[in-house]
Design a protein around this ligand. Sequence first.
Ligand code: PGA
Length: 244
Amino acid sequence: MKLVAGNWKMNGMRADGLALAAELVRRAREADGAEPVVCELLICPPATLLAMAHEALTGSGIALGGQDCHPAAKGAFTGDISAEMLADAGCRYVILGHSERRHGHGESNALIREKVAAARRAGLVPVLCVGETLAQRQAGEASAVVAAQLAGCLEDHDRVHELVVAYEPVWAIGTGLTPGLDDIRAMHAVIRSDLSPETRILYGGSVNPANAAAILGLPDVDGALVGGASLAADTFWAIARACG
Ligand code: PGA
């Protein structure tokens, strides 16, 4: 089943976060009868909203995820959150290696590999993000960069356990730009060649209701990681509908 994941990033106060989660739950329940949504839904709110979102989502079938975790289970790491804490807050997934962490916080493949291990230890499913910059694409290095990120962030055993990989070209995130469908298909084929057939490979970067059906219809595109368009129920729902 395809996975449509909403990455709320650093957005949402308690009131609007709760309203958005509650509206998604309402739609999931309503759609359950006549027109079931044919994908799994996941929301990844900021840490401050996890406990509240977990409560709102209980029994809805919509999964909860964190946006990052620290490699250690606990300790003197001011400001960080462990994978165990995310699991304790009700998360099933955790986004790791997002380009906003790689570039904004200097995260290396080696660090992300430790975080993937932490997610496993805590029983979370990693949503590992990979993707090239515009300069790397223009230099013809996109596939090599993504292959190196996979090699650097995953152990062999990660490929046989439940895993989600999100291909997110850095230049497509939050810009309204997306690669051509042929480029998405080609990159997903490259990623698939490195992973098991069960691993879900999401596309992320400016997914919206207008482009979702075409992208989600490509081979080896097993869902979407959605940023901006996940912040409103209408647009997130329209993308989920595009799986059908
Ligand atoms: P976007 O973000 O949909 O706003 O481009 C995607 C992401 O960063 O996961």
